[in-house]
Write a new protein. Structure first.
Lengths: 291, 254
């Protein structure tokens, strides 16, 4: 494990920011930390970076401190430095071996702005400069706090590709509010709320474990007779018609539905356009866990 | 394109924010105007008019010219030095900017001591240039000044400034913002000056603030040995302030 915390706690006076958090991040994986504001994500990342001290518990990192890099959600630099100087300074401080500052700036799309002072950079440019300054140190463990929050769709796409490309080379822990991003690039997720880790594991397990067995049916014919027939079945637990001729059918088990649903629709004389199992998405599960 | 280092970062901070220029200009200004004011004070007051009353001034001496500079230098000059040093040493004042340095450097002393050394060097350079200007003006307008007194006085003044910047480093480790750091530092330095003033010669001999005006005293009747206790105290206090700054910053969370 690249990161392992045991009973990690952090309090600011009476306020408990983290309570008994045990996370495990496998080496080379991309770990997504999701949770609402105030869940403790930033505090956890700051502790892992060594910039805050835990009140209790233990942190074990397999990377040496100088190979751990943290990118805050809104990176800021001395405004009188140029982009090149920021990345060059980051390389020097990280004791990077043969750093290619120019390439890092090019990868971040900042070649043209490299000699401009960063005081004139937009928020998106600062975010990309922060990523370049983080990557130039060739870190083993990257801690990214909302890395795509200030970027436009194209910039976000680049960051997500970059994170996904690091899988196997470096270990990435990144927090995000954008569940789609987490879904796309993470192997493992940790769901936090009010300083507590509610779930940790693979996305598949999270979604499967939380999925309510249900089907979505789209009809061409009126839904009334089908709804009546469905409500008489003991394996159907609920039927709703959120839109005309579109049914959401909750069932006791997927196996029951697979055996009987198609036959029942046929017997009811329904004209069926589509019939799909309703998988729970990350947003549903996130809201269910954190609400 | 030159590679960066902490030293170059601090140098660029002084250069591009014009803080080095501010320090040098303030000391140069007082260096040039101090002896000039002393030389022509009587003429200036005469030109302004004193309502019939006649004010008699003693003939100004070279020591008066230098004393005028060191008085201004230890007030306005020190204020500028404290503000410039606070801007460099309060590097934790903005969390996102502090993360850039603190997450990459595990040895906090490197950040503190580099910022301290460059700020102190800027202060001492400005002070030395001001002293040089005051020396020239005094020699031209008021009379010659002994080289040994000037050199020793400048050295003692530089020791005091190095101490003042160390006080800023310690304050920055206690107070987080730049203004809070500057305010705390000025409070400490002002308190020391008051204690030195109230305590008379016995206490004054040991106080670092005594060193700031040493040149003029040396030109009058002071002996170099008189400043030994204050010099020792100042050097020890400087090291203690820096050690405290490093220890407190290391423990501080972002």
């Amino acid at each position: 494990m690249m990161v392992r915390t045991t009973g990690l706690s952090k309090s600011y006076g009476p306020h408990v920011a983290l309570s008994d958090v045990d996370i495990e991040v496998p080496r080379g994986s991309v770990y997504g930390l999701v949770g609402p504001n105030g869940a403790g994500k930033t505090t956890l990342l700051m502790i892992l970076a060594g910039l805050r001290h835990p009140t209790g518990g233990q942190v074990r990192l397999e990377a040496p401190p100088r190979r751990v890099a943290l990118l805050p959600d809104t990176p800021q630099f001395d405004p009188w430095l140029t982009g090149f100087e920021v990345v060059s300074l980051a390389a020097h401080l990280s004791e990077a071996r043969s750093p290619d500052v120019g390439r890092m700036l090019a990868d971040a799309g900042l070649s043209d702005a490299a000699q401009r002072r960063v005081g004139g950079y937009s928020r998106g440019m600062l975010q990309r400069l922060g990523i370049a300054a983080t990557m130039v140190g060739q870190p083993e463990l990257l801690l990214l706090d909302e890395p795509a929050s200030a970027l436009d769709p194209a910039g976000r796409r680049e960051v997500l590709d970059l994170i996904a490309g690091l899988r196997g080379e470096a270990t990435v822990v990144f927090s995000s509010h954008i569940l789609g991003d987490v879904h796309e690039v993470c192997d493992t997720v940790g769901v936090m709320r009010a300083g507590t880790l509610l779930y940790q594991g693979t996305l598949e397990n999270l979604l499967v474990g939380r999925a309510v067995p249900a089907y979505r049916v789209h009809l061409r014919s009126p839904a009334g007779p089908v709804v009546e027939a469905l409500r008489r079945q003991e394996w159907v637990t609920a039927v709703a018609e959120p839109l005309p001729r579109r049914l959401h059918i909750k069932v006791r088990s997927l196996a029951d539905a697979e055996r009987q649903l198609a036959a029942l629709l046929g017997e009811s004389g329904a004209l069926v356009v589509s019939l799909t199992p309703d998988a729970a998405d990350l947003e549903d599960v996130f809201l269910e866990l954190t609400s | 394109m030159r590679a960066m280092s902490l030293w170059r970062l601090e140098w660029l901070r002084l250069l591009r924010t014009h803080r080095l220029l501010a320090v040098v200009l303030v000391y140069l200004f007082f260096g040039l105007t101090g002896p000039l004011t002393v030389r022509y004070l009587e003429n200036l007051l005469g030109a302004l008019g004193t309502g019939g009353a006649q004010v008699q001034f003693p003939t100004p001496t070279p020591a008066d010219g230098i004393a005028q500079f060191t008085r201004n230098a230890s007030q306005i000059g020190l204020l500028v030095v404290v503000l410039v040093a606070a801007a460099a040493l309060a590097f934790d004042s903005r969390r996102e900017m502090a993360v850039f340095l603190r997450s990459r450097i595990t040895k906090v002393y490197k950040i503190v001591l580099t910022a301290y050394a460059m700020s102190a060097a800027a202060a001492v350079s400005g002070f030395a240039l001001g002293m040089l200007a005051a020396w020239y003006e005094t020699a031209v307008l008021l009379g010659s000044v002994a080289v040994a007194d000037m050199l020793l006085g400048t050295l003692l003044g530089a020791v005091f400034l190095a101490f003042a910047v160390a006080v800023v480093a310690l304050s920055a480790a206690v107070a987080r913002g730049t203004l809070a750091t500057a305010g705390t530092s000025l409070g400490i330095l002002l308190t020391m000056a008051i204690v030195a003033g109230l305590g008379g010669q016995v206490t004054g001999r040991w106080m670092p603030t005594t060193l700031s005006g040493a040149t003029a005293d040396l030109m009058l009747a002071g002996r170099p040995g008189d400043y030994l206790p204050a010099t020792v105290v100042t050097l020890v206090a400087t090291v203690a302030c820096l050690a405290g700054a490093v220890a407190l910053t290391r423990r501080r969370e972002l």
